[in-house]
Design a protein around this ligand. Structure first.
Ligand code: BT5
Length: 324
């Protein structure tokens, strides 16, 4: 039902190019035709082109490159996972907003997405570069009924989901670097940040932050990232539709979370290992107090990375930075 500019946009998108009568929209919304016209004006201010055809109604002629909830929903095509999409032009970080929403009762599948983050962050409060209109800076709220020690597996579930979404939407093969990076050609294209609200024995909410570099060109990254970061556009040579990619990421997070909750970690583990850039490599796992050196041989059911050191012992790594 039409009730604001977002729902009006959805209606115009669904009409598939047929004019939608202003009077009909006004009646449906229980507002005046002038109010409908004001929503149309707001859409035009957001960069949409809406044509008004006399005696027939409104037609959506062009959409800007934006992560508008209506556009993401169009691509989601009735997929049941996403409950609400909250969109911002510019925020500090989507993470604290998602935490607040989760605490205030937002359901499983609530999504916070921003065109730009001015204080995007990674693990250990490291900065995450989030230029306006160039990527997918998004936090997803999940509320699975699981004990807290299983929560880190959602980083791996998300990595598998984003790999697939990137393959489907941008035709780029990304590889997973344990625990939370996706790489293309050795450069970082995506970072995942998983945070938790939990009681001692039960998860209240998992907040999954996804930072996907989509349409940056080589000169767009800050200097310190020039050699370590890449984007889907740089890798594929083509601009990627961010809304289509965001929808695919969300659909796949929904799909793989359900698979995990129904069948356990085994199917995820297999997919993860298939897409892994870490397994089989000689690595250094750098942790706060020590560095473990050896060959990465696999992940456990808990998502712990196993490294066989040179003296043959196998060490389980819960959290570290992996460097060559
Ligand atoms: C991560 O941390 O990779 C997790 C990044 C999560 C970002 C999302 S965006 C939506 C949500 N809201 C947030 O505020 N965050 C989440 P970590 O493994 O600690 O990696 C951080 C490091 O990646 C930095 O120290 C840089 O070296 C590098 N980096 C920063 N921005 C980058 C970018 N855009 N692309 C590639 N590498 C980047």
């Amino acid at each position: 039902k039409v009730k604001d500019k977002e729902s009006l946009l959805r209606r115009l998108m669904e009409s598939g190019g047929e004019p939608v009568s202003g009077q009909m929209l006004a009646d449906e919304a229980g507002v005046s035709r002038t109010a409908v016209w004001k929503w149309v004006r707001e859409l035009e201010e957001d960069g949409y082109t809406v044509r008004s055809i006399r005696k027939k109604g409104y037609v959506l002629e062009a959409s800007p490159d934006r992560l508008s909830p209506a556009l993401i929903r169009k691509y989601l095509n009735d997929d049941p996972f996403v409950s609400e999409i909250i969109h911002f032009e510019s925020v500090g970080s989507t993470m604290p907003i998602a935490h607040r929403e989760a605490q205030n009762g937002a359901p499983n599948g609530t999504v916070i997405v921003a065109e730009e983050q001015t204080e995007g962050r990674g693990r250990l409060a490291r900065p995450w570069s989030s230029a306006a209109g160039k990527g997918i800076w998004m936090s997803v709220i999940l509320k699975p009924d699981i004990p807290p020690h299983r929560a880190p597996q959602f980083t791996l579930i998300t990595a598998v989901a984003i790999c697939r979404a990137i393959r489907e939407t941008a035709d780029v093969e990304a590889r997973i670097k344990w625990p939370n990076d996706l790489l293309v050609g050795g450069c970082k294209v995506t970072g995942i940040l998983t945070e938790l609200q939990a009681d001692p024995d039960r998860v209240q909410a998992i907040i999954i932050g996804t930072g996907i570099n989509v349409n940056q060109e080589p000169g767009d990254f800050p200097e310190e990232l020039a050699d370590i970061a890449t984007s889907l556009r740089i890798e594929s040579g083509q601009t990627v539709d961010r809304a289509a990619l965001a929808a695919s990421v969300l659909r796949n997070i929904g799909r793989y979370s359900s698979l995990y909750l129904e069948e356990g970690f085994a199917p995820i583990k297999a997919l993860w290992e298939e897409n892994s850039d870490t397994i089989g490599r000689k690595v250094n796992a750098v942790m706060m107090r020590e560095t473990v050196t050896g060959t990465a041989i696999g992940i456990t059911e808990e998502g712990v990375l196993e490294i066989r050191t040179d003296d043959g012992t196998v060490r389980g790594i819960y959290s570290a930075d992996i460097v060559p």
